[in-house]
Write a protein that binds this ligand. Structure first.
Ligand SMILES: [Zn+2]
Length: 256
């Protein structure tokens, strides 16, 4: 079985689109549709035909290209059952515990409400690849537009349960800014300091900081580290619940 091919497409201001391709079955999917034109060009360059759109959530920079791509390619659109009314052109409705298969590559669907209610992630266990939309960023997480801190914490814990070497394909390049915030919370976190240096080097060279890994994020990302004594001391919340620490971290980031 050939490996799942993953092609990363920088688009819009700071979004990443992703094409995934099974060369044996000759099947291709795009994770979200941030920019229909950029996705079409990437398909043409590779000689791939679009078979599926896998949406993580309804925001325009994730589903805004759905109808244009469907009209041009006849692709099938997969999205969240609990957010179906907001996913343009949705055909296949999925939720927690469901699977989606591209050729011989299987993804588990995780419901990760928080950024939006009904946000989902696609975890290809055998390919070590998790497409997490706007739930988890490198050194950050999505804003809580619709969900509560408790919902987001439950969602992030699902991602934290994945293997440490699981690659995390986030939908935005926000890492440098996230790092500037993270060091204010854990200035003595050596792994975080090292990651911030790596990010500076990558960005100076015009390279992406994504994908990250679950293991790296657990060691450095303040939104996965509400148990950290240093982070709790910075926030003045030594005895709060993890969800409350996450909420306080998110509010502080919102005005950073
Ligand atoms: Zn979003």
């Amino acid at each position: 079985m050939a490996a799942l091919q993953i092609h990363q497409i920088p688009c819009l201001q700071d979004n990443y689109g992703y094409l995934i391709h099974d060369p044996d079955a000759v099947l291709t999917a795009t994770i979200d549709t941030p920019d229909a034109g950029a996705i079409e060009r990437a398909l043409t360059e590779r000689g791939w035909q679009l078979d599926y759109i896998l949406n993580t959530h309804h925001h325009f920079d994730h589903a805004g290209g759905n109808l244009a791509l469907k009209a041009k390619t006849g692709c099938v659109i997969v999205g969240s059952r609990s957010d179906a009314r907001r996913i343009p052109g949705i055909d296949i409705l999925v939720g927690e515990g469901d699977t989606f298969t591209l050729g011989s590559h299987r993804a588990r669907i995780l419901e990760t409400s928080g950024h939006t209610v009904g946000h989902i992630c696609y975890v290809f266990d055998d390919d070590n690849a998790a497409f997490v939309g706007d739930t988890l960023f490198s050194l950050g997480c999505g804003r809580l537009f619709e969900g509560t801190p408790a919902q987001m914490w439950a969602s992030l814990q699902k991602l934290m349960a994945l293997p440490g070497d699981m690659r995390v394909y986030c939908a935005h390049e926000y890492t440098a800014n996230n790092g500037r915030f993270a060091v204010t919370l854990e200035p003595r976190n050596a792994a975080l300091a090292a990651r911030v240096r790596e990010v500076a080097t990558l960005r100076a060279a015009g390279r992406p900081t994504v994908p990250s890994t679950i293991g790296l994020e657990k060691a450095t990302n303040p939104f996965l580290r509400p148990a950290s004594p240093e982070l709790r001391a910075t926030l003045g919340l030594p005895a709060a619940t993890d969800a409350d620490v996450l909420g306080a971290t998110r509010r502080r980031k919102d005005s950073f």
